[in-house]
Design a protein around this ligand. Structure first.
Ligand code: NAP
Length: 557
C-alpha cells in the first residue's frame, strides 16, 4: 500500500525530509526540482510508514487505498516518474536537500535583527529558516491587517487543502523571536532606511503584485479585466471587493492558459452550492448565483504541446468540471502526441485527447482553445466579444462574450530606491543578495526571496528552498560583519510603529481576526472572511493585550 502525492502538492519538500527511505523525488537538491510540477513517491521504494503524511503541510499525501475517484490518476502519475531510475535512487540525491544556513555567530549586545517585508509563503519560509536558530529576531511587515499573501488571497477557495499551509505559518508566528507588524506599509509608514536603523538586514518577499497587461485595442472597455483581479475578488481581498465582474453574458473568455486561468474558469462554472461550503467571499458567491455564464473559453496563443497549466491541475479540472475541445484542436493534440518526448507533457496530451467537443454537454463547461492570438476586444460601451487571428496566419476569428479576462502572468513592482529590472520584473540579485547593476556590488543589508527574486513561477513550497538560500547568504554576511549594526535600541521599533500607525495589528490581533472569521463560518464553512479593513482592525483591537512582562520579553527576545 504505497502512499501517493495528489493535486494539492505544494512542492515545499517537507515530505522529502521526513521520508526515512528517500523515496520522494525530485528533492530540492536534484536538478529537476525547480521545474517539477509536483513531487512523486516511488511506489517500489515506499515503506508505507506515513511519515510524509504528517510532514505535508497541505494534506496532499494519502495511502493509495484511501484516494477518491478523482485522485486515482495520481497513482499512475507518481509511478510514471520512476521507470528511468529502475527502482534505484537518482544518483544526485542526498538526504539534506535544503541548505542549512551557517550558524549565527551570536553577539553579546543583542540578536541578529531581520525585517521581512511581505507575509506570503516566501516571507514565512524565510522567517522559519531564520528562527531555527537562537539569537535571531524577525519582524514581519505586511500592509494588510491579515497575513499570508497569495495563500489567503490567491489560492482558489475550492482548494482548501492548499490553504492548509497556513497552519504551518501560524506555528512559525508563535516561535520565540517572531513579531508581526500587520497593517503597516513599508514605504508609507516606515522607510527602508528606517528599517535599517532597527535591523541588520531587510529581506523583501513582496511577490509580484502587478499583472502583465495585454496591449490590444478595447482592453479598457467595461467587462475587461485580469484573472488575478477576479481571484482577489472571490477571495475577499479588501481592495477588490467592489470589482465589477460582469456575468450577464453566457460566455466569458480568458486569455492565457496557466493555472490561474484554470482556477478562475473553474470557479466561474462550479455549482455555487458547492462554493458556499468554502471561504469564498459573500459578494462573489451572490454574483455567481446570479451568473448567466454557461461557457468559459480558455484561449492559448500556442498549441496544446505548450499548454502552461500543470498536469496535476489539469487532472483536477477534468475530474470536477465539464472540459471540452473543438475538433480542430483535438486533431492538433493527436499530432502533438506523435512528436512529444517528455512523459509529463505526454500525460497532459493524453488527457486532452480524451475530451469531447461539447456537443453532448448541456450545462456549464470550460472550452480549451488553441492557436489564437488576441487582436482586439469588440464592443462600444462594453465588451461584446473578442477578435483573434489564428496564430501565424491572417485568418480572423471572433468570439462573442460579455467578460474578457487576461491571465498572462504576474509582474514584479519596483521597491522604493532599490535597483529594479523592469523587463524581468525582479530586483537584481545574486542568490538573494540585492545587487546594484551600476557597481555589480551587493546593496548592504538588502535581500530578496520569492517572486520578486526569481520571477512569478513555481508553487507555494518552491519558496521554501528559495528563502533558505537567501537566509544562507544573509547569515553569512552577518557573521562576516558585512552588515551595519542597527543604531536604534532593540525595543525602540514598537514605539516608533505605534506612533506612526496606531492601528498596527500584532500576532495576538491576527489570532483574534482568525478566530472570529472561523467562528463566523459556522459549521458549514472553513471561515467567513472579513473584507473590510476597518472590521479587521476593530476585531484585532479587541484582542486581549499582552502583559507588560510579555511585551518586554517579546521586544527583547
Ligand atoms: P503562467 O503559468 O506563466 O501562464 C501564462 C499564460 O499567458 C501562458 O499561457 C502564456 O502563453 C500566456 N501569455 C503570456 N503573454 C501573452 C500574450 N501577450 N498574449 C497571449 N497570451 C500570453 O502564469 P499564471 O497562470 O499567472 O501562473 C503563475 C505561476 O503561479 C505559475 O507558476 C503557476 O503554476 C502558479 N500557480 C499555481 C497554481 C496551482 O498550483 N494551483 C495556481 C495558480 C498559479 P505562452 O506560453 O505562449 O507565453
Amino acid at each position: 500500500m504505497p502512499h501517493v502525492i495528489t493535486q494539492s502538492c505544494c512542492s515545499d519538500g517537507s515530505c522529502v525530509f521526513a521520508c526515512p527511505v528517500n523515496c520522494i523525488h525530485p528533492s530540492p537538491d536534484e536538478p529537476g526540482f525547480a521545474t517539477a510540477e509536483m513531487l512523486f513517491i516511488d511506489p517500489a521504494a515506499c515503506v508505507d510508514c506515513g511519515a510524509c503524511v504528517t510532514a505535508c503541510p497541505v494534506g496532499a499525501i494519502k495511502p493509495d487505498t484511501k484516494l477518491t475517484e478523482a485522485q486515482l490518476p495520481f497513482i499512475e502519475l507518481n509511478a510514471s516518474f520512476y521507470p528511468k531510475y529502475e527502482g534505484k535512487l537518482p544518483p544526485t540525491s542526498k538526504l539534506a536537500p535544503v541548505p542549512d544556513a551557517p550558524a549565527v555567530d551570536r553577539r553579546p549586545h543583542g540578536p541578529l535583527r531581520v525585517a521581512i517585508v511581505g507575509s506570503g509563503p516566501a516571507a514565512m519560509y524565510a522567517a522559519d529558516e531564520l528562527l531555527t536558530q537562537r539569537g535571531v529576531r524577525v519582524n514581519v511587515f505586511e500592509k494588510l491587517p491579515t497575513p499570508y499573501g497569495l495563500v489567503r488571497a490567491g489560492v482558489a477557495p475550492d482548494h482548501q487543502n492548499t490553504k492548509g499551509v497556513t497552519r504551518l505559518f501560524d506555528r512559525i508566528t508563535q516561535r520565540r523571536g517572531f513579531g508581526f507588524y500587520l497593517n503597516v506599509e513599508v514605504g508609507r509608514d516606515i522607510t527602508h532606511a528606517e528599517l535599517l536603523e532597527h535591523h541588520h538586514a531587510v529581506l523583501y518577499a513582496v511577490g509580484a503584485p502587478n499583472d502583465k497587461r495585454l496591449d490590444v485595442e478595447g482592453m479598457d472597455l467595461p467587462g475587461t479585466g485580469t484573472a488575478t483581479e477576479v481571484v482577489a475578488w472571490y477571495n475577499g481581498h479588501p481592495e477588490f471587493s467592489h470589482l465589477p465582474v460582469d456575468l450577464s453574458h453566457q460566455r466569458a473568455v480568458i486569455i492565457g492558459n496557466g493555472n490561474v486561468a484554470l482556477d478562475v474558469a473553474r470557479i466561474l462554472v462550479t455549482d455555487p452550492d458547492a462554493l458556499a461550503r468554502t471561504d469564498i467571499s459573500d459578494h462573489a458567491l451572490a454574483a455567481l448565483r446570479d451568473s448567466k455564464v454557461q461557457e468559459v473559453v480558455i484561449v492559448a496563443r500556442r498549441g496544446p504541446l505548450h499548454s502552461a497549466f500543470t498536469l496535476p491541475e489539469l487532472i483536477g479540472l477534468t475530474s470536477t468540471c465539464e472540459v471540452v475541445l473543438d475538433a480542430a484542436d483535438h486533431e492538433q493534440v493527436l499530432r502533438d502526441l506523435e512528436v512529444v518526448s517528455d512523459a509529463l507533457t505526454r500525460n497532459k496530451l493524453e488527457i486532452l485527447a480524451k475530451l469531447g467537443d461539447g456537443s453532448a454537454v448541456t450545462g456549464p463547461r470550460i472550452r480549451l482553445a488553441y492557436q489564437l492570438t488576441p487582436t482586439r476586444v469588440l464592443g462600444t460601451d462594453k465588451v461584446a466579444g473578442i477578435e483573434f487571428t489564428v496564430t501565424g496566419t491572417d485568418e480572423v476569428r471572433e468570439l462573442a462574450a460579455g467578460l474578457v479576462l487576461t491571465s498572462i502572468g504576474y509582474h514584479g513592482k519596483a521597491i522604493g530606491d532599490l535597483p529594479f529590472d523592469d523587463a524581468a520584473g525582479v530586483v537584481p540579485n545574486d542568490e538573494g543578495r540585492v545587487i546594484d547593476p551600476a557597481t555589480g556590488k551587493p546593496v548592504r543589508g538588502s535581500y530578496v526571496a520569492g517572486w520578486i527574486k526569481r520571477g512569478p513561477t513555481g508553487f507555494i513550497g518552491t519558496n521554501k528552498s528559495c528563502a533558505a538560500h537567501t537566509v544562507d547568504r544573509l547569515v553569512a554576511d552577518y557573521n562576516a560583519s558585512r552588515l551595519g549594526e542597527p543604531s536604534a535600541k532593540v525595543g525602540a521599533l514598537q514605539e516608533l510603529i505605534r506612533t506612526r500607525r496606531p492601528d498596527v495589528v500584532d500576532s495576538a490581533g491576527w489570532r483574534a481576526i482568525d478566530s472570529a472569521e472561523i467562528a463566523r463560518g459556522g459549521a458549514d464553512r472553513p471561515r467567513d472572511k472579513f473584507i473590510d479593513v476597518a472590521d479587521m482592525v476593530a476585531v484585532a483591537a479587541a484582542a486581549p493585550k499582552p502583559s507588560l512582562r510579555q511585551r518586554l520579553l517579546a521586544s527583547f527576545s
